[in-house]
Design a protein around this ligand. Structure first.
Ligand code: 3HC
Length: 286
């Protein structure tokens, strides 16, 4: 049995860093009571500070009233005790990208919250299946991968573990949509859709800079104006956090090896004369 979205009133968030506090903010902004937990009081406070900064930006643009911002913060309870998540109807974990730490958290959550509560992880590259295996509810563990900055970015990636129940996948989509997001789905393969593709792009930008292809400004400008993305690879790496990029890249490297050769399918399509829009056939039909 999985809880349906209309029975969900409170959301537990594990981790009050950039992603955790962003998720807590968005959940509270959409009317949920939130319990936001981190290991130290200081980290919890930093989470609240960043939520207040972000809400202030919406207030200054008249997208939110001061009262609404205040009510949003009031719906969030901070804690350092995982047991305080016991009454939450769903939990989203956004702690550090370390498999051992995540498995410990999931094992503890499995003890702390009722059996029918879905446990979601915001992991960016780690296996949902391996995290789920630390619990007795592998079918109720799912990936809910938010994008940074969470209050602004529209997309959430739903990641389906080996044992994730179909109802839990549906629930994950519905929950993200209820938080004002749009979703897409990925199988539990390293990096899922987004980071599998994004991290090599960022690394290539970094290598191009290191090898003197262009200045860092021109690499970012070239990719921004040349491919119409909001940030170039070096700017985006800074925005995400270089440590997070390194962790994600190391996981991808370990799991997938050398991904930087031209894709076999790309060569095959070119050999076949399927060059994209100009020939009417590429990866899509035009
Ligand atoms: N809270 C509230 N509002 C925020 C905000 C926050 N944390 N961060 C930015 N904003 C708002 C600003 O107030 C501004 O609003 P306005 O345009 O209405 O005035 C708007 O967003 C744009 O911000 P800025 O003017 O400061 O700067 P930019 O125009 O460069 O936008 C950005 C910032 C929204 C971050 C934009 O550059 C962007 O979309 N960059 C790409 C981000 C991205 O790709 N994220 C995904 C990374 S991958 C990931 O997260 C996966 C992980 O696993 C690694």
């Amino acid at each position: 049995m999985v809880r349906t979205l209309d029975s969900i009133e409170s959301i537990g968030v594990v981790g009050a860093g950039t992603m955790g506090s962003g998720i807590a903010q968005v959940a509270a902004r959409h009317g949920y009571d939130v319990v936001m937990r981190d290991v130290e009081e200081e980290f919890v406070q930093r989470g609240f500070d960043s939520i207040e900064d972000s809400l202030d930006r919406f207030v200054s643009k008249d997208e939110l009233t001061e009262d609404e911002a205040e009510e949003t913060v009031e719906r969030i309870t901070g804690t350092t005790d995982l047991a305080d998540l016991a009454d939450c109807d769903v939990v989203v974990e956004a702690a550090v990208e370390d498999m051992d730490i995540k498995r410990d958290i999931f094992a503890d959550l499995d003890e702390a919250v009722p059996d029918d509560v879905v446990l979601a992880t915001n992991t960016s590259t780690l296996s949902i299946t391996t995290i789920a295996a630390a619990t007795e509810r592998e079918d109720r563990v799912v990936g809910l991968h938010f994008m940074n900055p969470v209050p602004v970015m529209k997309g959430v990636e739903v990641v389906v573990g080996e044992k994730t129940d179909e109802d839990v996948v549906e629930f994950a989509h519905a929950l993200a949509e209820d938080l004002g997001k749009e979703t897409w789905e990925s199988d539990d393969k390293p990096g899922f859709v987004t980071n599998r593709i994004l991290m090599p792009w960022i690394n290539e930008g970094i290598r191009a800079y290191d090898e003197g292809v262009a200045s860092k400004e021109d690499i970012d400008k070239g990719m921004k104006l040349g491919t119409n993305v909001p940030m170039g690879p070096l700017e985006l790496a800074d925005h995400i956090g270089l440590d997070i990029c390194l962790d994600a890249s190391e996981t991808l490297h370990e799991e997938l090896g050398d991904r930087y050769k031209p894709a076999y399918l790309l060569k095959r399509k070119v050999d076949a004369g399927d060059l994209g829009k100009k020939t009417g056939e590429g990866f899509y039909e035009h």
